[in-house]
Design a protein around this ligand. Structure first.
Ligand SMILES: Nc1ncnc2c1ncn2[C@@H]1O[C@H](COP(=O)(O)OP(=O)(O)OP(=O)(O)O)[C@@H](O)[C@H]1O
Ligand SMILES: [Mg+2]
Length: 277
């Protein structure tokens, strides 16, 4: 069973601090959900754990089974069992979908070893049909021209093939129609086991109707400000976030506010000028 431990994690981009002390522990067999208003650092947390180079960790630690994740290259993190299903998966023209997954699977094996092509094709076809995806998928370039929903299903296809021990799914529900949401939800639930720790980032209760969460966290101003069980999801779904802001005395939930304030001020000045005030 794997354990991902995030302690007092601080990270910045272009000198701006976005993560301001995140603490979270995800164990194999557990499903955690992170909710929270826009721009509060949820995707940044996912990117930092996976090692996106644009973010600099300034404080804190991330360990997987006691090993320092922050010291690892992105491919090492994947080999160690981490997986990220992205909020906006990139299009990669020139690399076919099946080649991409095969390469990723081979990269997780010892050097010189390769996945058996026969086994790969069988497993790939099975995953494509379980996700009710088009059969031309293996030969198409990675995500190129895919609809929003197809991209999201493709992330789950990769997860099915790569069998991570800790998977972070960032807004896997966005862009999915109701039938696709059910298919994705059921496929993820089928993957649940004591060997998989799941972190779902979502805005909506509906995803969590298909994938049951054990713990629910709320992120604001770059950290987890509240944790609880599924009752939190229901309350957020009906009442929004204002009650949490009031309870914790948070006025602005966003991580970066200066720029917005500047824009508003500039706008006010320009308007005043135009009005001759
Ligand atoms: N490369 C970057 N350069 C500048 N600012 C960035 C960069 N990446 C993220 N940010 C800022 O960090 C803040 C947090 O972004 P993040 O994507 O983590 O939010 P989020 O909680 O995932 O929001 P959403 O719910 O809308 O997906 C935002 O204000 C965003 O503009
Ligand atoms: Mg996001």
């Amino acid at each position: 069973m794997s354990v991902l431990t995030i302690k007092d994690l601080h990270a910045e981009v272009d000198g701006k601090e976005i993560l301001k002390g995140v603490n979270l522990e995800i164990k194999g067999g557990e499903t955690h959900a992170i909710m929270g208003p826009n721009g509060t650092g949820k995707s940044t947390l996912a990117s930092v754990v996976m090692g996106h180079p644009k973010f600099t960790v300034t404080k804190g630690s991330v360990t997987l089974d006691g090993k320092n994740v922050l010291d690892m290259e992105v491919d090492e993190r994947a080999r160690a069992g981490l997986f990220l299903g992205m909020q906006s998966p990139a299009e990669v023209p020139g690399v076919t979908n099946s080649d991409f997954i095969k390469t990723a699977m081979n990269a997780r094996l010892e050097e010189g070893k390769n996945v058996s092509l026969f086994k790969f094709i069988l497993e790939y076809d099975k995953a494509v049909s379980e996700l009710k995806m088009n059969e031309d998928l293996p030969h198409r370039y990675l995500n190129e021209g895919f609809s929003g929903g197809e991209k999201k299903r493709n992330e789950i296809l990769q997860m099915k093939m790569l069998k991570p021990t800790i998977a972070i799914l960032d807004e896997i529900d966005s862009g999915l129609d109701v039938d696709a949401l059910k298919i994705v939800g059921e496929n993820v639930t089928k993957m649940k086991s004591k060997d998989l720790g799941l972190l779902l980032i979502t805005h909506y209760k509906r995803l969590l109707e298909y994938i049951e969460a054990d713990f629910v966290h709320v992120m604001m101003v770059g950290k987890i400000v509240k944790s609880g069980g599924v009752e939190l999801i229901k309350k957020i779904d009906t009442e929004g976030y204002d009650w949490i802001k009031k309870e914790l005395g948070i006025e602005d939930v966003r991580v970066i506010v200066e720029e917005e304030e500047e824009k508003v001020l500039l706008g006010v000045c320009a308007t005043k000028e135009a009005l001759g005030l």
